[in-house]
Ligand binder design. Structure first.
Ligand code: SF4
Length: 288
């Protein structure tokens, strides 16, 4: 039976935390480069150049791309036959986050007891972990450090089914418009449609794990992503909220069947620090 030790998991998560903070992934860099060609405002183009320069400096000097190194959100894919040796998967991941944020000198941004004393936990734990079962014997961990500037501008709405696609579109554009400069545009818009109250928020978050700009595999959903991207970019918010034609780099939609009487939708905004790193500990090659 394939197994992975908690020590291996901890070491890999530590590595992911540091790499995600220092190295803007290739898909995000590519999207920023492409945005220079699309942006009509000279000021907006200059901002994209600055962001790309920032990514280069962060990677070469081994410093975070953004001071908000985020709340550690992890998506774990695990096969049914994979066993964890030496403890629990959750504890091993949390220890990796603790070590990564401490050893990488990344900002500790988590406070315990959120409604009262809001005392900093000092090591960015606990992380938020989403588990997904895989049919193959694989153990894959994706880290998405999520900054609060964009997270705070996100929104969940339980629409009546009669609202339909037009209702969803209106809510997405309104969310982006109200957010303005707060989520550090250019943004990536993660949209969840369907499921129920808690699942739709997960869908919107999962949409932000996808390779930036990669369309949905479903052609109908991919067409809606394009339609929403054009609508969002018409807001004119632009890079850093200073006006322009590129407010969003992409819109990603994830869907799930829902109840006949419901139309849940959620918008999770991602910022230009589109950070994500994946490690395959079992069943394939590591990639970023
Ligand atoms: S929203 Fe993103 S870019 Fe803005 S401060 Fe937070 S992490 Fe950094």
């Amino acid at each position: 039976m394939p197994s992975v030790s908690t020590a291996e998991i901890t070491a890999k998560v530590r590595e992911l935390c540091i790499a995600a903070a220092y190295e803007l992934p290739e898909d995000a860099v590519r999207a920023l480069r492409q945005a220079i060609q699309k942006e009509e405002s000279p000021q907006g183009r200059a901002i994209f150049e600055e962001l790309l320069r920032n990514a280069e400096v962060a990677a070469s000097e081994r410093i975070p791309y953004c001071q908000d190194t985020g709340l550690a959100v992890l998506f774990v894919k695990k096969g049914p036959g994979v066993t964890i040796e030496g403890g629990t998967l959750t504890a091993a991941i949390a220890e990796g986050v603790r070590q990564g944020y401490t050893d990488g000198y990344l900002r500790a941004s988590v406070v315990a007891d959120p409604a009262f004393d809001r005392k900093n936990t000092k090591d960015n734990t606990p992380p938020i972990i989403h588990m997904e079962e895989s049919v193959e014997d694989v153990l894959e961990i994706t880290l998405v450090p999520k900054g609060a500037g964009s997270e705070n501008m996100s929104r969940l709405v339980m629409l009546p089914p009669s609202a339909g696609w037009e209702g969803i579109k209106k809510e997405v554009v309104e969310t982006v418009r109200k957010a303005g400069a707060n989520p550090c545009p250019p943004i990536v818009v993660g949209v969840g449609i369907g499921g129920n109250f808690e699942h739709v928020a997960y869908l919107a978050k999962k949409a932000l794990v996808r390779e930036l700009g990669k369309p949905s595999p479903d052609p109908k959903t991919a067409a809606l992503e394009q339609e929403l991207l054009e609508a969002v970019n018409k807001t004119g918010i632009g890079p850093q909220g200073l006006g322009g034609t590129v407010t969003a780099l992409a819109v990603h939609i994830e869907t799930f069947p829902t109840h006949i009487a419901s139309l849940p939708m959620a918008v999770n905004l991602g910022c230009h620090a589109y950070r994500h790193k994946t490690a395959v500990l079992l069943g394939g090659e590591s990639h970023g």
